[in-house]
Design a protein around this ligand. Structure first.
Ligand code: TXA
Ligand code: MG
Length: 364
């Protein structure tokens, strides 16, 4: 944790953060997934500040974060009442997902209530909502007593921050940005996003820690992949999920994936013998033994072969490696399996967008 960050769990600090939000300011907040850059979701000027700070195109919608009030006498949380100012047509399936997974790393997309600002939804008629599980985020939201818009606290297209120090580094020029320090994020990648706005089928928009099979097992709700729904998502060209751009979550250093045992193939793209290459290897494997490969200098970095642990360290590793001045970063292709879909998705986009900005292929 960075020295000048706000101390954990101080109610005076939470109070100051609430005042900042009420005054239309921005506050960086910890979530269990990644850090977010928060603003009052009902204040159009505050929302505009998020887009300016992130350099994010204005048609990329934001997620509204909510928390249930702390009521000891009410065992059952009335999510319908909390959602009422934001969402329409909250179905039985939606409630099953909410009761099972909120607070937690699951974002749901609903048809929006007419009072929801267009600035927030990028002009779309839907709204994305989630209830974060981090205690500091919950404490702040309860005191604020409203919805907070919070995208990941990074510049558009870059690696999401998983510590308060990362946020400060992303927004170095923004003097006075209040950063609530909640330590390192547990989950480490952004929430799973499921679109419930069509009314019948639940569709996965962004894979994350909560997978379709876990949802099926715990709620009986079937989540479809976009490809399983004919013509869906193609009917409009608005970017529903900014993470759906081919290039996203990207380090400045070129990043490539290697297939099992194929490090040399990946290296052949960088034949310069002066290259300095960082190679991530599974902790379950012994050293790859790169004797005789063309990179003059390389270093192996061990990464976890457990998908949950891998996700929690992915952005940390990418950020750290990016700052170490390597010419190339190599990661192993994640194994097949739904529990790896979230990190595979992030790594593939990170590869596509990596490298100095002049060589980015930010498309679609
Ligand atoms: O874990 C998370 O979800 C983090 C933390 C801070 O809560 N937030 C986050 O926000 O990842 P952001 O803005 O970086 O990504 C949210 C994604 C965007 O890609 C956006 O396009 C999508 O959610 N989204 C927002 N509103 C939507 C909508 N109405 N329909 C479809 N996608 C939407
Ligand atoms: Mg983001």
């Amino acid at each position: 944790m960075s020295g000048d960050s706000t101390p954990l769990h101080s109610s005076a600090v939470i109070y100051e953060a609430v005042q900042t939000l009420r005054n239309g300011g921005l506050v960086a907040i910890p979530a269990e997934t990644v850090y977010g850059l928060a603003a009052d979701a009902k204040n159009p000027d505050a929302i505009k500040k998020i887009f300016v700070a992130k350099e994010r195109p204005s048609n990329h919608p934001l997620i509204v974060h909510l928390a249930a009030p702390d009521k000891f006498d009410q065992p059952q949380i009335d999510w319908i009442a909390l959602l009422a100012p934001w969402a329409r047509d909250v179905s039985e399936d939606a409630l099953k997902l909410i009761n099972q997974f909120w607070p937690g790393p699951l974002t749901l997309v609903f048809k929006k209530d007419k009072g929801v600002l267009n600035e927030l939804t990028g002009g779309q008629d839907t709204v994305a909502i989630r209830a974060p599980a981090h205690p500091i985020a919950i404490g702040l939201l309860r005191k604020f007593k409203g919805g907070v818009a919070a995208p990941s606290a990074n510049r558009f297209g870059k690696v999401s921050p998983t510590s308060a120090a990362d946020v400060r580094q992303e927004f170095e020029g923004m003097l006075g940005l209040m950063v609530l320090d909640g330590g390192d994020c547990d989950v480490g990648i952004e929430s799973t996003i499921i679109d419930l706005s069509s009314g019948d089928k639940a569709v996965l928009l962004r894979p994350g820690a909560i997978t379709p099979s876990e949802i099926m097992a715990k709620t009986g709700v079937r989540v479809y992949l976009p490809g399983e729904i004919k013509g869906d998502n193609e009917k409009e060209d608005l970017p529903k999920v900014s993470g759906s751009l081919k290039a996203h979550y990207a380090p400045t250093t070129p990043l490539r994936l290697y297939a099992p045992g194929r490090v040399l193939d990946a290296l052949s793209e960088f034949p310069d013998t002066k290259s300095r290459v960082a190679i991530a290897v599974w902790d379950s494997e012994s050293s790859l033994g790169h004797d005789g490969h063309p990179a003059a200098r390389f270093e192996e970095v061990e990464i976890s072969s457990d998908s949950v642990a891998f996700a929690s360290c992915l952005y940390r590793s990418l950020r750290d490696l990016d700052q170490q001045g390597w010419d190339l970063i190599l990661f192993p292709e994640p194994p097949v399996g739904e529990e790896w879909d979230g990190v595979r998705d992030r790594l593939q986009r990170a590869c596509f967008g990596s490298g100095p900005s002049s060589s980015n292929h930010d498309s679609n």
